[in-house]
Design a binder for this molecule. Structure first.
Ligand SMILES: Cc1cc2nc3c(=O)[nH]c(=O)nc-3n(C[C@H](O)[C@H](O)[C@H](O)COP(=O)(O)OP(=O)(O)OC[C@H]3O[C@@H](n4cnc5c(N)ncnc54)[C@H](O)[C@@H]3O)c2cc1C
Ligand code: FES
Length: 281
């Protein structure tokens, strides 16, 4: 049955892999693209990156971190249940060059979002190194899949329980410097992507960031995902989500993503949030 969940696994605390039957999306998606889901008839729409797919099962997989009301409703779905809506693939595929030295950086659930992009880099003949950050050892996800599909993986944990003690950008700075890589890709929390951009500004490196603004329609109509890149206004759902990290206004992105914090908390506590109509300058 279309939209039905056929596999569900906990990868780490509050991080769940969901595999769902979606034949048309499975045939068309490319690394870097996402879907917009509504887990139940009463839910908001949220974007989730497509992590993997299976032609045999005509399915796609996503990894979801439960951070608020809708992600909690999403991970509550069990095998045999179906999403109320599942739309995609959305967004532009990631830019994948060939024959380059590439560093891939991810933090938190961004590790799952990075996996298809890192694989695509390797499949296109790039030399790939992957640096991942997690809160602690128990929050590390998809290490085996990254090693098998992309290349060497180095971990940083905030508490030092595995790998480098510190954050993933500090790890990058200990391992490499200007001229070490031709290209890079970063996915994770906004402060981490901003730090990666700042750290590599003088490295002669083209760094792409996969941005995570609030999205509503995912089709370029509502303006919710507006971001500033250099002198241009872009809509991450149709122009992105990948942009030149050295030109993104991360402070504005953080401000806009924080605009709904009170409503998000109320939605979680009382189950009645409403985003539309709020001021997000
Ligand atoms: C293109 C794209 C792809 C994404 N892919 C994934 C994915 O594969 N897996 C995954 O778990 N999440 C992904 N996200 C983030 C996910 O969509 C949000 O976590 C979700 O919308 C939060 O909804 P909520 O109702 O559960 O929480 P809310 O109540 O809306 O928010 C709870 C907390 O999460 C933060 N938050 C809200 N929206 C976002 C956001 N867009 N990014 C980061 N933090 C946010 C809020 O600031 C708040 O602190 C993606 C976002 C984008 C834009
Ligand atoms: S989500 Fe509405 S314009 Fe991008």
């Amino acid at each position: 049955m279309i939209n039905q969940i056929i596999d569900r696994r906990e990868l780490a605390p509050a991080v769940t892999l969901l595999e769902v039957v979606a034949p048309r999306i499975q045939r068309r998606w490319k690394a870097g693209q996402f879907v917009i889901v509504r887990p139940t008839d009463h839910s908001e729409r949220i974007p989730l990156t497509i992590m993997d797919s299976s032609p045999e099962r005509q399915s796609i997989s996503m990894v979801v971190q439960a951070v608020g009301k809708t992600t909690q409703e999403t991970v509550a779905l069990q095998c045999g249940e179906a999403f109320a809506d599942l739309a995609g693939p959305l967004g532009e595929p990631a830019t994948i060059p060939a024959g380059k030295r590439v560093v891939c950086l991810a933090g938190g659930v961004g590790v799952a979002e990075l996996l298809p992009v890192a694989r695509a880099y390797r499949d296109a003949g790039n030399q790939v190194i992957v640096l991942c950050g997690a809160r602690s050892n128990e929050y590390r996800i998809l290490d085996t899949e990254l090693r098998a599909g992309a290349g060497p993986v180095h971990w940083a944990t905030d508490d030092g329980s595995f790998g480098f003690h510190g954050n993933v950008v500090a790890l990058l700075k200990t391992l490499a410097g200007p001229g070490a890589f031709d290209e890079g890709h970063v996915i994770g929390p906004i402060p981490m992507m901003k730090a990666a951009a700042d750290a590599t500004r003088d490295w002669h490196l083209k760094l792409y960031a996969s941005l995570n603004p609030v999205m509503i329609d995912g089709t370029g109509m509502c303006g919710g995902c507006r971001v500033t890149v250099g002198d241009s206004v872009k809509f991450a759902c149709v122009d992105g989500p990948e942009f030149d990290a050295h030109r993104v206004d991360f402070d504005e992105l953080a401000r806009r993503n924080g605009a709904y914090r009170t409503h998000e908390r109320l939605a979680l506590e009382h189950g009645n949030g409403c985003r539309i109509g709020l001021d997000v300058r």
